[in-house]
Design a protein around this ligand. Structure first.
Ligand code: GLP
Length: 263
């Protein structure tokens, strides 16, 4: 695993965006051979999306031949609800770049048969040839997508019940009212993310420090689902200083040292 430590949120976001742009450009995607990108929601990736929009407008990266797969979506929230992940993605990213609507994939949390929706999502990813780069954030309890503590590290796309911690954390988007937060979500599984050729996770802020410690220094555990990244051959975490608060001084210095000349 690589751990890239940037001084603050903005620099973390720029690093992640430039990495994504570089990977897309290196792949030289075409209509027949598109680049497949896995995408998260949440506040962690917002800065990265802003910078990717800028790079797109400057002509430094194009999403014309990029197919996207989002990680998750609430169950039972209408697509047009301002806090649905559909709205989040179109408002913060897709509406501002040159992506083709038919290349955007987001789980349908209102599908009549939710299990069939999850199975067909896995099938769509498989048919596309797998994901080249999966981006993500993590919750304070170390969950990736909506794979809450105790989720199987071999899990695939399915419906999950949100923990009280996550409902409280996400209530900030629902007028601080936990009753408005959906209680379940559809989410890709830990194994769905780990199947990607590369995984890049953004972690910022002191409230993620414990999760980052578990991701980097502690054993792999279903109680901290991000720790599965330790088994990935090309896993990268990019974080800010505040998220490093609970890493040992030795770990912190080690990663700063080995990454100082890397892009
Ligand atoms: C939700 C999402 C996750 C996200 C997490 C952290 O639970 N399902 O994908 O990583 O929130 O969100 P934030 O980046 O806002 O801290």
């Amino acid at each position: 695993m690589r751990l890239i430590i940037e001084p603050d949120y903005d620099k973390m976001s720029v690093w992640a965006a430039e990495y994504v742009a570089r990977r897309i450009n290196e792949a030289k995607p075409t209509e027949g051979q598109p680049f497949k990108l896995g995408l998260p929601t949440g506040s962690s990736p917002l800065g990265m999306y802003r910078h990717l929009v800028k790079l797109n407008k400057e002509g430094k990266v194009s999403f014309r031949n990029v197919i996207t797969f989002n990680m998750d979506e609430y169950v039972g929230l209408r697509e047009s609800h301002p806090e649905s992940y559909h709205s989040f993605m179109w408002n913060n990213f897709f509406s501002h770049i040159d992506i083709r609507k038919e290349n955007v994939n987001i789980l349908n949390g209102n599908a009549p048969d939710l299990q069939a929706e999850c199975e067909s999502y896995e099938e769509r990813i498989r048919k596309a040839g797998g994901i080249d780069l999966f981006l993500g954030g993590i919750g304070p309890d170390g969950h990736i997508a909506f794979n809450e503590p105790g989720s199987s590290l071999a899990s695939r796309t399915r419906q999950k019940t949100l923990t009280t911690d996550t409902i409280i954390a996400n209530s900030r988007f629902f007028e601080g009212d936990i009753n408005q937060v959906p209680k379940t979500a559809l989410t890709v599984g830990v194994a769905t993310v780990m199947d990607a050729k590369e995984v890049l996770i953004m972690v910022n802020g002191h409230n993620k420090a414990q999760a980052l410690r578990h991701a980097v220094e502690e054993p792999i555990s279903q109680m901290w689902t991000i720790s599965a990244l330790q088994m990935h051959p090309h896993g990268i975490i990019v974080c800010d200083e505040a998220a490093c608060d609970l890493l040992t001084h030795g770990t912190y210095k080690y990663f700063l040292d080995i990454e100082k000349n890397n892009l």
